[in-house]
Design a protein around this ligand. Sequence first.
Ligand code: GLU
Length: 471
Amino acid sequence: MHVVTRFAPSPTGSLHIGGARTALFCWLFAKHHGGKFLLRVEDTDRARSTPESIETIIDGMKWLGLDWDNKDYEGRDYYSQFDMRGRHADVARQMVAEGKAYYCYASPQELEAMRAEQKAKGLPQRYDGRWRDRPASDAPEGVPPVVRLKTPQTGETTVTDAVMGEITVQNSQLDDMVLLRADGTPTYMLAVVVDDHDMGVTHVIRGDDHMTNTFRQVQIYNAMGWDVPTFGHLPMILGPDGSKMSKRHGAQAVGEYREQGYLPEAVCNYLLRLCWTHGDDEIIPQKKAIEWFDLGSVGRSAARFDFVKLKSLNAHYIREMPDNELAKLAVPFVEKKLGKKLAPANVDLLEKAMPDLKPRASTLLDIADMSAFYFHEGAFDFDAKAQKIMTPEAGDALKELAARMEGMDDFSGSALEEIFRAYAEAKGVKLGAVAQPLRVALSGSTVSPPIFHVADLLGKTETLKRIAAAL
Ligand code: GLU
């Protein structure tokens, strides 16, 4: 099947997680069919569109790994809808010439009065077609008109949506929408159809908040005699409590997930699983997602975002990632936590510590929190729990053990553990009674990765330095 999909964000803010889901599904569908995936920035609203927003959206797409196929468009990275405005206007005028659309000279005040009257009568508020059949000779002087589509007023329009199934509306419910504003700029409704047609888009996959627009857009395709693409409307993503997803539920923008230490693999896997099923599969790596994806298995009802599930998927992808790659990703988080750059030797140390950190981390932020102590300089500020461990007896034991460590040639975790075990046995105490003070001395805390391995990674000099500072 020949497939061209597109993601068509309006650059008026960040890349929302719902938008990311739409982009992912468009991307997967195109990849699955060996087709093309396009990025079109819908920047016709000049007042609300910003270059920063375009940058944020592109950054988010790149971070998620959703590469698009129109990257070399006139030296730009994406299609800009605004660029196509001349073509949009030409299409509107062509429709006027063919009698499919017409000029409407009604003033905003007049239209407002019309709606007020409809409201007072309890009628649906929509354009009443007052200029639909008037002759050109009626046109008032000096009033720039809008162009409206002559929408069929009888019959019905059926859309067979690839996700939602067959949906029909009565054409009498559709009014004659504006295609071109009085200032000659196209409306979204016109621009989106012309662009999708011109770009050869075969499948329009987008949020189901666009469902009502679809019936209107189909009228434009029909008026122009163009092939109507297949539509696939994706259900809304709601907050965990079933209400509209908002700030109070948690992160909204893709960039926030990134800052909170989520991996793009996990975010994509989560968004896929949230709105699409493949048996009981939960872990669906990208390759499998491309192989399996179809629109028929997208759920029809709104999905509730589950942050706990996302976190557990993230933990999975963290555990799966090779240590060197994970360390590279964690470096900026660790540096932010420490407020300083990590020296190359410390980046090496972070990589070597990964096998101890990975199993306990759900996000890169967790890794930063758990690993900051490795790079600590100066004495630790012990909290109450740590102070309780560091008793005078524990201090004496550590002092003795430090003297033994000094003479060790093999400073490996297992060699250290042996020394500590032997010492504990000789003193008739449990290993924890000596290992716990070592933990506090080396990490500043009562919780840390396996402590003998920590000592091994810190090395003899640093280990002895920390013990001395703790006593
Ligand atoms: N620009 C529209 C939006 O951001 C999307 C248009 C479409 O996908 O057809 O909601």
